[in-house]
Design a protein around this ligand. Structure first.
Ligand code: WTA
Length: 649
């Protein structure tokens, strides 16, 4: 069966940076001679000392190394700010749209971005932050978050952002894991008309860290906070006194720009480390080409800066390109379901980039919320974070895009720094739900899951790996290079393993089918089931727990927990509620279990391994095809789980 395709309009092809012929030519050149290709494209950013080496990478287990532009030096904040000042000091760099539409939006020019970033850099520097130090950010979506990221980059310090929806415990473990000197937070984070007490959470987190960690507090709402003179610093007061210049510190291309913790299939979240030079080149290039960004466009990525999408496509990519980037503090459904579209209309957004979960949630509210807004400024739409189902794709295309905006379904990961696969708007006919084609320099391969053999023919299906490095690739796991090698290079020797499954259709186009490991994707947020399990077993009533994903209409995947209680503990509705609250406290609201099933026992092999395959099937309400259960220690357990399953449709 051939999938329905949506070719780009003639007019768009003519105006686009890359058309089909150019894509083919550039892609071929990028894989034939990566050194030549990236040697040229590395020049899209400014170097203090130009590189002479381009690529030094190895995917061999035991000696994995990833170096790009290794002898070059630069400063990332100078690339995102200073180099634009001569030509666009008065152009808006950041449009900030607050949570409450009644509050005024801000238009921050490149000059103001410069001055405020320097203020922040001076404050941090006075607090003792130096090149190579770590700074954790736990912030609302406010301009100060951007200033803080860029100020760290200006100093050569390494930022690590913790999404403001994470709990104090999760925050503490990331402060400790990165060995941060300073935590930057705000009094409160307004979102959807409610407020999260960030400073209160920060205080709780700091009880579990070294008492040397200093806390810099930005005033957002003016809400009441506790204040500890020994470690709290008032940003608003200090910034007033701070100078508006700060010399950018020269760093090496391979010096880390940031650490971002992300969930894997086992244990604690990993600190993904990104470089300064290669990352910036890749973020800037993908931003320009995937979104067909042109001078003067207003670009809006609706992600939070707490996720990699916010790093690459709210801050670093757009600002390196001298774009106007929109930063939104609120949520799509407050005050009502037209908020996204009102913001698009108000700020005349040209490219809009969001997650399928938001589209599905808004789709359910009816199209009047969209059609009452003037969306004629939109030229392109993008999605990221999870597979998009064709219904949502079609609604996005027809109702939001009015059938005239190409949709770029961008597949990538925290680890990859930027898009690895996506259709290009002027080059490729799109297919609802397909990530389509590799970006320049990216060599995807479909592997046979058990043997690891490369499958060359199409159509086919298997696990997705990447054959060679690209400049935006993560460099290591923070202080654990072994874990980096084991996680990404040991299952399939010689490849970077993505953890995703994929299908390649008869045209050679790629479709991501979802994770093949124990990572689930809840509302576009990536979560390790092992983390939720360890939160559950930390509760005194819980003896054992197993967590799997199941299909959820809006969230993509929901969190399904099988819980075995301690002997003598009664399984009540109240306990269910308590466990739900417990997990929210331990990890954060995004990890809140959707369904909790009481399990007298879990299906295990005779050697004691939990058979997750079976648990997944039951959670999916698809227990007709459980496969081989003959190796189970106690097959009766399965009947009970089926009998009492929570997801009946
Ligand atoms: C999934 C987000 C299908 C995938 C940038 C990947 C997608 C994980 C897509 C990474 C897409 C991301 N289509 N699946 N367009 N984009 N994913 O690290 O499973 O939060 O491995 O990075 O999200 O999630 P992460």
């Amino acid at each position: 069966m051939l999938d329905k395709t949506y070719p780009p309009a003639e007019e768009l092809v003519r105006a686009a940076h890359i058309d089909a012929a150019k894509y083919d030519e550039m892609y071929a050149a990028s894989v034939a001679d990566p050194v030549k290709f990236w040697g040229e494209h590395g020049k899209r950013i400014d170097w203090i000392k130009p590189y002479t080496q381009v690529k030094d990478t190895d995917f061999t287990l035991g000696q994995v190394k990833i170096n790009w532009f290794a002898d070059g030096t630069l400063n990332v904040s100078a690339n995102c700010i200073d180099r634009h000042l001569a030509s666009r000091a008065d152009q808006t760099a950041i449009i900030w749209e607050p949570d409450d539409p009644k509050e005024a939006a801000q238009h921050i020019t490149y000059q103001e971005l410069h001055d405020n970033t320097c203020r922040m850099a001076n404050v941090l520097s006075d607090m003792g932050v130096k090149k190579g130090d770590r700074v954790v950010l736990y912030m609302p979506m406010i301009p100060e978050a951007a200033y803080a990221m860029l100020a760290c980059a200006r100093i050569g310090a390494i930022h690590s952002i913790v999404f403001a929806g994470f709990s104090p415990d999760a925050l503490a473990s990331r402060i400790n894991g990165s060995g941060a000197k300073v935590l930057i937070t705000a009094d409160e984070a307004p979102r959807g008309g409610r407020k999260t007490a960030l400073k209160t959470n920060a205080d709780k987190a700091l009880l579990h860290t070294s008492d040397k960690v200093k806390c810099l507090v930005v005033k957002r709402t003016g809400g009441q906070t506790t204040w500890t003179a020994e470690h709290d610093y008032d940003y608003t007061a200090l910034a007033k006194e701070a100078a508006t210049t700060f010399d950018p510190v020269e760093v090496n291309a391979e010096d880390p720009l940031f650490i971002l913790y992300t969930s894997g299939s086992t244990g604690q979240p990993k600190g993904v480390v990104h470089s300064s030079g290669g990352y910036l080149v890749y973020a800037a290039m993908t931003h320009e080409i995937t979104f067909d960004y042109h001078e003067g466009d207003v670009f809006w990525c609706s992600a939070d800066v707490g996720w990699v999408t916010g790093h690459s496509y709210i801050i670093y990519g757009p600002l390196a390109n001298g774009a106007t980037t929109l930063m939104f503090e609120g949520v799509p459904t407050w005050p009502d379901a037209s908020r996204f579209w009102q913001v698009c209309e108000k700020h005349k957004v040209n490219q809009f980039y969001t997650a399928p979960t938001a589209i599905r949630a808004l789709m359910g509210q009816g199209k009047e919320f969209v059609t009452k807004c003037d969306l004629s400024s939109l030229r392109l739409l993008g999605t990221v974070g999870e597979p998009i189902n064709p219904e949502a794709w079609n609604w996005y295309n027809d109702v939001v895009g009015g059938g005239r905006c190409p949709i770029v379904d961008t597949w990538w990961q925290t680890e990859t720094g930027g898009h690895l696969m996506t259709p290009l708007p002027g080059a490729h006919a799109t297919k609802p739900g397909a990530a389509m084609k590799p970006f320049f320099g990216v060599q995807p391969v479909v592997l046979e899951p058990t043997t690891g053999a490369e499958i060359h023919e199409s159509p086919t299906e298997g696990v997705l790996a990447i054959k060679d490095s690209w400049p935006g690739q993560m460099r290591t796991v923070w202080e654990d290079h072994d874990r980096f090698e084991k996680t990404y290079f040991s299952d399939y020797k010689g490849y970077y393993f993505t953890g995703d499954g994929c299908r390649r259709d008869e045209d050679g186009d790629y479709w991501i089918t979802g994770r093949v490991d124990d990572v689930i994707n809840v509302s576009g947020h990536r979560m390790g089931t092992a983390e939720v399990e360890s939160a559950l077993v930390a509760h005194e009533s819980v003896a054992e727990a197993a967590v799997v994903g199941y299909p959820h209409e809006i969230k993509g995947q929901g969190i399904y927990c099988y819980v075995t209680l301690m002997n003598g503990v009664e399984a009540t509705e109240d306990l269910r509620k308590e466990l739900r609250g417990w997990v929210r406290e331990e990890i954060g609201p995004i990890a809140s279990p959707d369904l909790i099933q009481w399990a007298p026992g879990l299906p295990k092999t005779r050697s004691g391994k939990i058979m997750r395959r079976i648990l997944r099937k039951i959670a999916e309400n698809d227990f007709g095809a459980l496969g081989d259960t003959s190796t189970l220690a106690d097959p009766d357990v399965v009947d009970d789980l089926i009998e009492n399953r929570m997801n009946r449709r």
